[in-house]
Design a protein around this ligand. Sequence first.
Ligand SMILES: Cc1cc2nc3c(=O)[nH]c(=O)nc-3n(C[C@H](O)[C@H](O)[C@H](O)COP(=O)(O)OP(=O)(O)OC[C@H]3O[C@@H](n4cnc5c(N)ncnc54)[C@H](O)[C@@H]3O)c2cc1C
Ligand SMILES: NC(=O)c1ccc[n+]([C@@H]2O[C@H](COP(=O)([O-])OP(=O)(O)OC[C@H]3O[C@@H](n4cnc5c(N)ncnc54)[C@H](O)[C@@H]3O)[C@@H](O)[C@H]2O)c1
Length: 473
Amino acid sequence: MTAIEYDVVVIGAGPVGENVADRVVQGGLTAAIVERELVGGECSYWACMPTKALLRSASALRAARHLPGAREAVTGDLDAAAVLARRDSFASHWHDDGQVSWLESVGIALHRGHGRITSARVVEVTGVDGVATTLTARHAVVVATGSSALLPDLPGLRAAAPWSSREAASASSVPRRLAIIGGGVVAAEMATAFAALGSSVTMLARDGVLPSAEPFAGARVTDSLRDAGVSVRLGAEAVSVKRDNGGTVHLDTASGERIEADEVLVAVGRTPNTRDIGLDSIGLAPGAWLAVDDTMRVVGGGEWLYAAGDVNRRALLTHQGKYQARAVGDVIVARATGATVEDGRWGRHVATADERAVPQVVFTDPEIASVGLTAAAAEAAGLRIRVVDYDLGRVAGAALHADGYQGHARMVVDEDRKVIVGCTLVGPDVAELIHAATIAIVGEVPLDRLWHAVPAYPTVSEVWLRLLETYGR
Ligand SMILES: Cc1cc2nc3c(=O)[nH]c(=O)nc-3n(C[C@H](O)[C@H](O)[C@H](O)COP(=O)(O)OP(=O)(O)OC[C@H]3O[C@@H](n4cnc5c(N)ncnc54)[C@H](O)[C@@H]3O)c2cc1C
Ligand SMILES: NC(=O)c1ccc[n+]([C@@H]2O[C@H](COP(=O)([O-])OP(=O)(O)OC[C@H]3O[C@@H](n4cnc5c(N)ncnc54)[C@H](O)[C@@H]3O)[C@@H](O)[C@H]2O)c1
């Protein structure tokens, strides 16, 4: 067995692990990263990138079809094979050479294999050949092992070889009939994608469509999925699944319905990749999400152990995990070099935005772009709020953007502080608009000052002026 020492050892080379290691090296320390699959993680090969590539062409086609002049130039249907081929290139054909070259270029050592903590600051890496290497961290071990699709304990489900988000994101052909269990983000995006690619989609949305978003967002996505031919069964719960010898999947629901499909996608949330990373060797529970303090130090894990990204459950999003990674990398360097740790609210070494300023775009039709708290979440947090709604289609820039533009904007105002604490935009191409709201929330910009942030005419951003006018001066 080989033994090697680094300043920092990161387990997991997803977007978060890569960014932790990068910050550590930029700070002058040495770093090793351990990866058992592909460098780049879920996001690059089975999540963000391939799924957005699956969605983008249909979105561009819809946009053209909403514009006289452009509409007439569109003479054919979506080319599913071309979409899948473009998706393949965005998933780098499931090869990580590019990301490995980047690791080399910035001086991060890569150890391929399964990483397990064996004692304080020690990580054992078992390669595919079974050979073990021991890595010792002088300063810190960072767990960035991410999460995997959760498979509910449903009779017959495992034997039916269901799709998880991985199989959906990397599908090499389009199933004629696709059943989806779940109504969250993965379910809504994949229903949108596969309906556009030609599947006949049935969605069993037990808890509704996008239930944690503002209610109008889920309602609009439900309507549009139905318009696209998706059978959205609100409240429907699968109770058993069976794949017959001919390959057809049969799903029975609690209300006695039977649904047939060629594939079934299960999209009911995530489970942390902590089952087999040696947590028991340091007195922590295997299989649990890792609770962390604001500098991402694992609660009960010793001062050398950090967890960032999906695995700490603060926000299961790439951009938010990378934000944590910047804080973690920098705080490890600060603690190692004796520099001042800035761990106050909004300090350099904490991820304060995770609390109430997390942006997310759901790439459905229409897109849902949100940041901060929904009205319901703000009320649950005890804030005295005022909700301001505006019909996005009435903004001149939106009318120009597409004929019959339909959308909705909501801002949630904290009445005691007169600042925005939440914003949700629903409509075609709203994804790029949300960052203005993120800045307003993180900057805690008073509404009085926002009146001086004048949106250009005629852009969709003019909705900001309309929301302020609706609120009143
Ligand atoms: C279908 C889908 C679509 C998504 N779309 C978006 C999106 O559009 N935008 C967005 O912001 N987020 C999106 N997400 C969420 C995003 O993918 C995750 O938040 C992100 O990948 C988390 O990054 P991470 O580095 O924490 O974990 P991961 O990306 O899961 O990476 C963890 C890495 O650790 C490795 N690993 C695990 N255990 C070990 C071990 N013991 N030893 C060695 N290596 C190990 C894994 O192989 C993996 O490479 C999506 C998720 C899904 C499922
Ligand atoms: N565009 C994006 O930003 C994007 C896209 C995809 C995924 N993601 C991330 O990936 C994570 C995982 O997505 P997801 O859709 O799997 O999870 P999710 O938490 O968004 O949705 C899961 C849904 O399944 C429902 N559910 C739970 N158990 C169920 C059961 N037994 N039967 C039926 N329904 C059940 C829940 O009520 C919930 O609505 C999300 O947290 C999200 O942050 C982000």
